[in-house]
Design a protein around this ligand. Structure first.
Ligand code: PLP
Length: 399
């Protein structure tokens, strides 16, 4: 009999972390690898934030903190929601965890009973379905294809809601597609959700600040009729280039926030005191660099989308945010690579691309939609130029 629990057998390791790890290993063995797999900004954490962490260490701010966040950080988060989203919360409606991922995991563990359904629009961030499964729930995958811009069709959403639906997860800007829901899009979805008062909404806003010229960010908690059923998750990883600091947070119904604190009190106790001090500075300090960084990401997106669409057999939409694109490789499936192997699936495609060209990307099927692959362009323009040339010659070598 295996020592491993039955609930763990329901899930798989994160495929995006696996790809990043594989690229790291190949690089360490001396291979010339360009990784377009990582989900983190290539920029450094701003200096004022680092200084706040150093000060916290020097001041002895190195002990256990309140379970779900220091008062200073909760106040900074309340301020952030007011300033950026015009949303009012009290500190007892805020929770802080060790990253946005941890907050979502806690929320699922705190709320799901065996057999509860969670609607997960696909392509999805890889962790949603597995977290639902681990918590004993059933992910209900709602396919959103490229013809609908990888966004939810409200009438399809209506059909996927049952009596057992507990949550729907929304993610805009999206990982893996970069698709962004406008206020109009969200209002259409809200019209459906208003009719189903038993359904809670988890809005994953982690890429809120990675948006491009002209796009206005809107989040579903801004719709008054739904706010009491919305848990809005956000964090400092992407906006402030602080992926390693592990701070994420959420705002929402007190009952859920309290339940999450109960889990945290028996598991991680609290997020790192030093990272919390740094997060206070991130949220309260200067914000100018966020827009500057978004401009850099936009230049890279423009370059990558054009370069991909210039390749025969690849088609790529031009998304409004996040640092990902999700091109189709369907036009190349069925062809043979230089070693004579037939590329039957997107997984074959990305494996062959890595082996033959040293470019690491993630197959679309890992995100619930086959025939695509995800590119993260959170890397230097120099790397992107080299990578696009290599992808082009690889695709041209297929026959
Ligand atoms: C869509 C989405 N949500 C949440 C997260 C979690 O981010 P973190 O745990 O670093 O806050 C990520 C990270 O890749 C993500 O892509």
């Amino acid at each position: 009999m295996s020592i491993v629990s039955n609930s763990l057998k329901r899930i798989k390791p994160s495929p995006t972390i696996a790809v990043t790890q594989k690229a790291r290993e190949l690089k360490a063995s001396g291979k010339d690898i360009i990784s377009l797999g990582a989900g983190e900004p290539d920029f450094d954490t701003p200096d004022n934030i680092k200084q706040a962490a150093i000060k916290a260490i020097k001041d002895g701010d190195t002990k256990y903190t309140a379970v779900d966040g220091t008062p200073a950080l909760k106040n900074a988060i309340v301020g952030k929601f007011k300033r950026e989203n015009n949303l009012e919360y009290q500190t007892d409606q805020i929770t802080v965890g060790a990253g946005g991922k941890h907050v979502i995991y806690n929320a699922m563990m705190a709320t799901l009973n065996e057999g509860d359904e969670v609607i997960v629009p696909a392509p999805y961030w890889v962790s949603y379905p597995d977290m639902v499964l681990l918590a004993g729930g059933n992910p209900v995958i709602l396919e959103c294809n490229e013809k609908q811009g990888f966004k939810i069709n409200p009438s399809e959403l209506e059909k996927s809601i049952t009596k057992k639906t507990k949550w729907i997860i929304l993610n805009s800007p999206s990982n893996p597609t970069g698709a962004c829901y406008s206020e109009k899009d969200i209002r259409e979805i809200a019209k459906v959700l208003e009719k189903h008062s038993h359904v809670y909404i988890l809005s994953d806003d982690i890429y809120e600040h990675v948006i491009y010229k002209g796009f206005q960010f809107f989040t579903i908690a801004q719709i008054d009729s739904l706010k009491d059923r919305v848990l809005t998750m956000n964090g400092i990883s992407k906006a402030y280039s602080m992926t390693g600091w592990r701070i994420g947070y959420a705002a929402g119904p007190k009952e859920i926030i309290k339940a999450i604190a109960k889990i945290q009190s028996q598991s991680t106790t609290n997020p790192s005191s030093i990272s919390q001090a740094a997060a206070v500075e991130a949220l309260n300090g200067i914000q100018d660099f966020i827009k500057e960084r978004a401009i850099s990401f936009q230049e890279r997106r423009d370059f990558v989308v054009k370069a991909l669409n210039d390749i025969d057999g690849i088609e790529c939409l031009n998304p409004d945010g996040a640092f990902y694109v999700f091109p189709s490789c369907k036009g190349l499936l069925g062809k043979k690579d230089p070693n004579g192997n037939e590329l039957k699936t997107d997984t074959d495609f990305v494996q062959s691309l890595l082996e033959n060209s040293g470019i690491s990307v993630v197959q679309g099927s890992a995100f619930g939609l086959e025939g695509f692959f995800r590119i993260s362009y959170a890397t230097s323009m120099e790397n992107l130029k080299k990578a696009m040339e290599r992808i082009k010659s690889f695709c041209e070598s297929l026959n």
